[in-house]
Design a protein around this ligand. Structure first.
Ligand code: 48N
Length: 301
């Protein structure tokens, strides 16, 4: 019998909740094909992206927001190892829920539409998850931004460029559960995403924290890690924002990963620097794209 939609079109139609709730009929294969086609069409299309952002924590998401909003023409692909994006921004400090953001970074909260309580020099978001879920929803609703979560960057594409320099030209990916289990069986080879600019925002802790910083050392592009220093909020936050930069040709580093790369202080449970650093990383990415000639996702001049 053809599906008869409920008489009204609002979600709480009474007839639906008196034991009469009905769904439109479906074939299981329709569900599979709806997911497969969309996901793998996206993977195919994003095999060459304009910017890859590694890590969907507060820095990576802030970068994606500013970049996606400012340059809706760019193909921005976020690769996030966890099933749940958001990194360390679901809670404040010591698992407490309020999130502290020092001014003037609170202006980003206004931009994104996150309410806060004003404490003078800083503001407090009542629950960190309110910030992260709001920012995630803004980023994921952008047509030019794609997020591949549960997907790990397990290496960097590094090639000699037109100037004879070692340049990061994309990322090497695998399903995270595969990346974490390479020692259980051999030959689970990865995949790649080519991009002229990679923004690394992999944080300072967790199973893959500071991934790109560590890879630069093992690939011989960085002599040694600076290693994150002790907590000093007033030194740490401006250092992270002001030193957000292209740390290697084609690789921009942002957020707490930079503290491991540079050896600057940590700030603890205050998140304004993550937002401002992410925004600066977006500006650095646009600068890099504007100063080079790019063909098929590669910097050629
Ligand atoms: O939230 P994080 O860890 O990193 P940031 O830099 O966005 O924010 C850091 C911030 O939460 C703090 O640590 C605060 C301010 N505390 C400071 C302090 O002093 O303690 O997000 C990084 C994201 C995570 O979601 C990881 O799962 C992901 O990056 N990730 C990766 N994704 C893909 N491939 C990888 N190899 C990878 N490594 C990490």
């Amino acid at each position: 019998m053809p599906f008869e939609a409920p008489s009204q079109d609002n979600y709480d139609t009474t007839e639906n909740y008196d034991g009469g709730y009905k769904f439109a009929p479906i074939e299981e294969a329709e569900v599979s094909r709806a997911m497969i086609k969309r996901y793998f069409d996206t993977m195919y299309e994003r095999a060459v992206s304009d910017v890859v952002i590694v890590g969907a924590g507060s820095a990576g998401l802030s970068c994606a927001y500013h970049l996606g909003k400012t340059r809706p023409d760019l193909k921005i692909t976020i690769v996030e190892a966890n099933v749940a994006p958001g990194g360390g921004a679901w809670l404040g400090g010591q698992l407490m829920t309020p999130m502290v953001v020092r001014k003037p970074a609170h202006l980003f909260l206004k931009e994104v539409g996150v309410p806060f309580e004003d404490e003078g020099a800083f503001v407090v978001v009542k629950h960190a998850a309110l910030f992260t879920s709001t920012l995630l929803s803004r980023v994921l609703s952008m047509d030019n931004v794609v997020m591949m979560n549960a997907t790990a960057v397990e290496d960097l594409v590094i090639r000699e460029d037109f100037q004879g320099r070692q340049r990061v030209g994309g990322v090497v990916t695998n399903w995270t559960l595969v990346a974490l289990n390479h020692d259980t069986q051999s030959c689970m080879d990865p995949n790649t995403i080519t991009a002229p600019v990679v923004v690394s925002a992999t944080g300072h802790d967790g199973p893959m924290g500071a991934f790109s910083a560590k890879r630069l050392v093992s690939a011989g592009l960085l002599k040694e890690l600076g290693n994150m220093r002790g907590l000093d909020m007033n030194r740490a936050e401006p250092a992270i924002v002001n030193n957000t930069r292209e740390v290697a040709p084609g690789l921009i580093m942002t957020g707490m990963e930079l503290s491991e790369h540079d050896g600057c202080n940590r700030m603890g449970p205050t998140f304004g620097a993550m937002m401002a650093s992410g925004i600066k990383a977006a500006k650095e990415a646009m600068r890099a794209l504007d100063t080079h000639t790019i063909t098929k996702g590669k910097v050629v001049a």
